[in-house]
Ligand binder design. Structure first.
Ligand code: LIP
Length: 276
């Protein structure tokens, strides 16, 4: 069975590269922007085209596998993670970046069996960085091994987060209160690439010590979660409990020390779950 997953991973890498070409080509043209849950939750024809390309190709090669895809769920497919081999796909993570040609846009493909991630592929397609991880085999960027930062003092740390796509004033207040608390620890700085997947790869690369966000979806973080843990990092919920990929909340850090220090400062809220 192990070889099957390696075949699937090789296919995911090839598909992510092909999807990246589609994204780069689309950036040369006008992008027709549509909205989903609210006026700042954006989608383009390229998101839909890339997701279709990936799902069709996987269906041909692995006809029994299941899918959770951002645009399929937006179109009404159920979002339930079962024990079956499941591809968890974000065709463009960083759609708002893509719309504005802000240069961090990723194709994210995670693969889970028995609700456990087996491999993760994040292709940051404008940087041409292919991040990969296979359970038990480490994490890599363009073939080079990744290792999280060894810095355990949060006051010497750089933290990544995002503002998300909710403009509900109560949610925005909690996002700002968390941000204020963390800035005032104080930390060296707070950054955000505009894509959860890339933020997680920055944790895995040691460029930031941690990333946290509330309001993300399973397809934003599935692949990145394995890349972080295979690079030596830790994952947890924003209340310090075990990570639940469907809960829409995450802390990904270089160490338990940094993660648990951030958890104290996060003003947590619970967005509606992905599987509800
Ligand atoms: C985005 C995430 C980002 C978050 C946005 C959005 P999309 O994913 O990667 O971290 O802040 O609200 O969910 O929609 O570009 O795939």
């Amino acid at each position: 069975m192990a070889d099957d997953w390696q075949n699937a991973m090789d296919h995911a890498v090839a598909l992510a590269r092909r999807a990246g070409e589609v994204v780069r080509e689309a950036l040369q043209h006008d992008r027709k922007v549509m909205t989903k849950s609210c006026s700042v939750d954006l989608v383009t024809q390229t998101d839909q085209k890339v997701e279709t390309l990936i799902i069709q190709s996987v269906k041909e090669k692995f006809p029994t596998h299941r899918f959770i895809g951002e645009e399929s769920v937006a179109a009404g497919e159920v979002c339930v993670l079962t024990d079956s081999p499941t591809w968890i796909i974000d065709p463009i993570d960083g759609t708002t970046n893509f719309v504005h040609a802000f240069p961090f846009v990723a194709v994210s493909i995670g693969f889970s069996v028995n609700k456990q991630m087996q491999f993760g592929v994040v292709y940051s397609c404008l940087e041409d960085k292919m991040y990969t991880a296979r359970r038990g085999n480490g994490a890599f960027c363009n073939g080079e091994p990744l290792q999280v930062s060894q810095q355990e003092d949060v006051k010497q740390s750089m933290i990544a987060t995002e503002f998300g796509s909710s403009r509900d004033p109560e949610v925005v207040d909690k996002i700002f209160s968390s941000l204020r608390n963390i800035l005032c620890i104080p930390v060296h700085g707070v950054r955000g690439a505009g894509t959860a997947a890339v933020n997680m790869c920055l944790v895995a690369s040691g460029c930031v010590e941690a990333y946290y966000e509330m309001g993300i979806h399973v397809w934003d973080v599935a692949a990145g979660s394995l890349i972080v843990s295979e690079a030596g990092g830790v994952l947890m919920d924003v209340d310090g409990g075990e990570l639940d990929l469907m809960s829409r909340r995450i802390v990904a850090a270089n160490s338990r020390t940094v993660a648990e220090r951030l958890v104290i400062e996060i003003d947590a809220f619970s967005p509606p779950r992905d599987d509800k």
